[in-house]
Write a protein of this length. Structure first.
Length: 317
């Protein structure tokens, strides 16, 4: 696949992005970026001859853990997502927020493209195995994924931060770097154990990605922010998580899942595929994303998820 999409980055974070009233009605706080996208998309794109406004409900564990909530309600994570997806759609319609396709990332289409992109990276030598130190809850007898542990940010010392990135300063780090970590299950400090994970070799593409960013149409402030990642050199990206985890199993593994930020952006492609099928269009999402495509794709994102959309994802593509 070829990168042909445009990122229109709002200078606000996801939290600042959203109208208060819609967030409260949907009950998800800063995870709900739909209305902000709607208000940005319409005036920016109404001067185009034709555009389609697509929304994929990312089933991130971030801030609202689907797996834990499903356990509380004694239903499967899939049923939980379907339940809230219907409720959200109804609420959005009440606020006259419309979409050409309202979908979710936990879909057959997204699974197909996630596995396609992963397998292509594997075949081309961009996936490697590596043992890592990981937090482990001895009471629950399980490895703690990023969202199953909280502590103080190792960069700014902000409390109650999860194990992959800080919502306050935006720093990315490993869960083992958290200060005073606690398992969200037992509320006890976890121990450290070894676990084999899969990494995407981001370091092999550092020069190519830097060139893409330098030559892109991104805002100057966004380019400057992204340049910070290159100061000490990029690091290979851990794209796997141990069970239990809600998402897609990695091909060839029974107890490893794709890290949510690997397949979440791919949901844009999967959702486009859903829209094309439902509208009886003979084209595929892959056709529209190909190097010779005449279509343009725009994404409206908040600055606090910039690294996932403008660094890791382009590298995968």
């Amino acid at each position: 696949m070829c990168i042909r999409d445009s990122l229109i980055v709002d200078e606000r974070t996801e939290k600042e992005y959203n109208p208060f009233i819609v967030n409260r009605a949907m009950g998800f706080g800063k995870d709900t970026i739909i209305a902000g996208n709607e208000m940005n998309a319409r005036p920016h794109l109404d001067n185009k001859l034709q555009y389609d406004f697509l929304r994929s409900v990312v089933r991130k564990a971030k801030r609202y853990n689907k797996w834990l909530k499903a356990e509380e309600e004694n239903i499967s994570p899939e049923k939980l997502v379907d339940k809230y997806m219907k409720a959200h759609k109804k609420t959005l319609e009440a606020f006259q927020v419309s979409h050409d396709c309202y979908y979710q990332t936990h879909s057959d289409e997204n699974k197909k493209y996630s596995e396609l992109i992963y397998n292509t990276a594997l075949e081309n030598g961009y996936i490697k195995k590596q043992n890592i130190k990981q937090l482990y809850d001895e009471d629950k007898k399980l490895f703690l994924a990023d969202r199953y542990v909280q502590g103080n940010c190792p960069k700014c010392d902000a409390p109650d931060q999860y194990g992959d990135n800080c919502d306050v300063c935006g720093a990315k780090y490993e869960a083992t770097e958290l200060i005073n970590p606690l398992s969200i299950f037992s509320k006890k400090p976890p121990v450290i154990k070894d676990s084999e994970h899969l990494f995407f070799s981001l370091t092999k593409l550092e020069a190519e990605i830097k060139k893409w960013i330098d030559e892109s149409s991104l805002q100057e402030s966004v380019i400057n922010k992204l340049q910070e990642w290159f100061k000490d050199g990029l690091m290979d990206w851990d794209i796997s998580r141990d069970a239990p985890y809600f998402g897609f199993k990695i091909p060839g593994f029974e107890d490893k899942f794709f890290y949510v930020w690997l397949d979440a952006p791919i949901g844009y492609i999967g959702t486009l595929e859903k829209f094309l099928k439902d509208s009886k269009n003979k084209a595929s999402a892959k056709d529209l994303w190909s190097e010779d495509s005449k279509h343009e794709i725009y994404h409206f994102i908040g600055k606090d998820i910039l690294n996932f959309h403008a660094l890791f994802w382009p590298a995968l593509l």
